[in-house]
Design a protein around this ligand. Structure first.
Ligand SMILES: *[C@@H]1O[C@H](CO)[C@@H](O)[C@H](O)[C@H]1NC(C)=O
Ligand SMILES: *[C@@H]1O[C@H](CO)[C@@H](O)[C@H](O)[C@H]1NC(C)=O
Ligand SMILES: *[C@@H]1O[C@H](CO)[C@@H](O)[C@H](O)[C@H]1NC(C)=O
Ligand SMILES: *[C@@H]1O[C@H](CO)[C@@H](O)[C@H](O)[C@H]1NC(C)=O
Ligand SMILES: *[C@@H]1O[C@H](CO)[C@@H](O)[C@H](O)[C@H]1NC(C)=O
Ligand SMILES: [Zn+2]
Length: 524
């Protein structure tokens, strides 16, 4: 049955003039589909190479509705209708669904999920780098329950490793790559309860510098957690809240430097100018901390002091690529989640578009032959868009009709809950009277909450490169690092590589080539 809304919409708005001319020709659709079919048939030739490099892009809170809305936004930023646009991630040949629940939560958080997609083990909400035997905030349930991440497996295999995020580098997502903590909020000792300190637990910033001492590239925010409490911030000298937080008096940037071999070139940078002036060929280790806390939203970014996510990714890959054994890189578009929590869909979607640019940048710098790239989210949000909007409607625009119940207009984008709930004179606010296209407009929600919540449905996993076809159905989230490790021949199951070598790998490794070229005598 057709809804009365649809009839109204078709009658009033969805005129044929909205249809791009070429789309009126059935051959346009047939040719496009035939080309897609041809490409799909090519996929029968599976890429079973060994992944020298693995890149994981994690859009925090980037549910499927966010991906679709970001796609439309990206097209509209290029003055196109938007629906037909292809994101960089849309071009990946393999897609799976990931079941995101935590061991103790139907709707998960970023900490338990990060443990799943980085360490391969599902865990409790709020915990990082520990199994479900660890209870949140209970320091003394940590020991013996630590689980290691694919970043560590990569380092142990002699690869380089990097972490790039738009949040604090000790935030939930990146921290599961290197820390083991009963509580994601233990950013520095200042945020920890006395009891946890007394029981010997270490804060996450401390663990970043001490657990895996040779992470090659670390970039993001979180400067204040690295410095003693009385230290003023290098950028915001007048702002006391931006200053150091540490009670133990440690300067973790100095400690980071002290752990690096003297003959290596280690750089700490805190602004974009300095970052982009580095010659990556001469950089062995890089620590970039661009804000005291999280980095600014892309829409608000200071383009002198703060690099974009794609700029950070570009520099990271140039440095990591120098290792002949390859690298593992975790990239987090971390503030998609924050935009949604604040009900600010425009901020969230611009963050997602920027992460897509970073995916494009990484794709241009690497090869499908030797690099497995995976794009996914930790969890979704209660973010939605609908309302029978016509083709090319601004993604931040109104539905084409008013509500048949309260007679007021409504935006296409809405939240199930969050801070955008608003009643004026006992009625839903009339959005025609507000600037709903503003960067910080908070879309209406059904239930008032200071922070909009995560969503519980599955998220997408996009994959390309060696063994990408193993990401293909509906899977538990903790399956992801098992695939990445298998593809790269690191971590637990190395037999894939042993078998590939025995069977004569389709592309002989550089060592085999070298041996083949050596005169026999030199071998004996
Ligand atoms: C662990 O710490 C809790 C307090 O958080 C305490 O009640 C409990 O007895 C401790 N357990 C052990 C085995 O030390
Ligand atoms: C900061 O604190 C440390 C020890 O906590 C102390 O040694 C140092 O003198 C203090 N610096 C300033 C500027 O107060
Ligand atoms: C960036 O950092 C460098 C090194 O501390 C400093 O010399 C430079 O003035 C900073 N640039 C900006 C724009 O703050
Ligand atoms: C930086 O931002 C300023 C003002 O926001 C703008 O005028 C300028 O073009 C930007 N520069 C770059 C390199 O993006
Ligand atoms: C909503 O606001 C618009 C613009 O001021 C006005 O034209 C319209 O009548 C209002 N609708 C209701 C139901 O108040
Ligand atoms: Zn969140």
């Amino acid at each position: 049955m057709i809804s009365p809304f649809l009839v109204l919409a078709i009658g009033t708005c969805l005129t044929n003039s909205l249809v791009p001319e070429k789309e009126k020709d059935p051959n346009y659709w047939r040719t496009q589909a035939q080309l897609t079919l041809k490409n799909a048939l090519e996929l029968q030739k599976l890429n079973t190479n060994v992944a020298k490099n693995v890149i994981l892009f994690l859009g925090d809170g980037m549910g499927v509705s966010t991906v679709t809305a970001a796609r439309i936004l990206k097209g509209q930023l290029h003055h196109e209708p938007g629906e037909e646009t292809r994101l960089e991630m849309d071009k990946f040949p393999f897609v799976a669904l990931s079941k995101t629940y935590n061991t103790n939560a139907q709707v998960p958080d970023s900490a338990g999920t990060a443990t799943a997609y980085l360490c391969g083990v599902k865990a409790n909400e709020g915990t990082v780098g520990v199994s479900a035997a660890t209870e949140r905030t209970r320091c003394n349930t940590t020991r013996g329950n630590e689980v290691t991440s694919i970043l560590r497996w990569a380092k142990e295999a002699g690869k380089s490793a990097g972490i790039v995020t738009t949040t604090r580098v000790n935030h939930a997502t990146p921290s599961a790559a290197y820390a083991h903590s009963a509580d994601r909020d233990w950013y520095s000792d200042n945020e920890m309860p006395r009891e946890a300190l007394d029981q010997g637990c270490k804060d996450i910033a401390y663990q970043l510098m001490h657990n895996i001492k040779d992470i090659d590239v670390i970039m993001g925010g979180g400067r204040k957690y690295m410095f003693p409490k009385n230290k003023t911030d290098v950028e915001y000298r007048m702002d006391e809240k931006a200053g150091g937080t540490r009670l133990d008096g440690l300067n973790l940037v100095d400690i980071w430097k002290s752990f690096k071999p003297k003959e290596k070139h280690s750089y700490f940078v805190w602004n974009r100018t300095e970052l982009l002036s580095l010659n990556p060929d001469g950089v062995d280790y890089l620590l970039g901390l661009f804000e005291p806390g999280d980095m600014q939203y892309e829409l608000n970014r200071n383009n002198v002091t703060d690099p974009s996510l794609s700029e950070m990714v570009g520099v990271a890959i140039k440095i990591l690529k120098k290792n002949p054994k390859g690298f593992f890189l975790l990239v987090e578009g971390g503030r998609i989640d924050h935009g949604h929590h604040e009900g600010k869909a425009k901020q969230a979607l611009h963050e997602a578009v920027e992460m897509d640019r970073a995916i494009g940048r990484a794709g241009a710098m690497t090869s499908l032959e030797d690099t497995l790239t995976v794009v996914t989210a930790d969890h979704s949000h209660v973010f939605t868009f609908g309302g029978y909007t016509p083709r090319g409607n601004s993604i931040f625009g109104l539905a084409p009709m008013v509500s048949d119940t309260d007679k007021k207009p409504f935006t296409a984008i809405l939240y199930g809950n969050g801070p955008g709930y608003k009643v004026v004179d006992g009625e839903r606010e009339n959005v025609s009277m507000v600037d709903y296209a503003h960067n910080n407009y908070q879309a209406q929600s059904a239930v008032p909450l200071r922070h909009e919540t995560h969503g519980g449905e599955d998220v997408a996993v996009f994959a390309k490169g060696p063994m990408a076809h193993l990401l293909h159905g509906v899977h538990e989230q903790n399956y992801i690092p098992h695939v990445m490790a298998y593809a790269a021949c690191i971590g637990a199951n190395l037999d894939h590589c042993a078998r590939a070598a025995a069977a004569g790998s389709p592309t002989p490794g550089p060592l085999l080539l070298l041996l083949a070229l050596l005169p026999l005598g030199t071998l004996f």
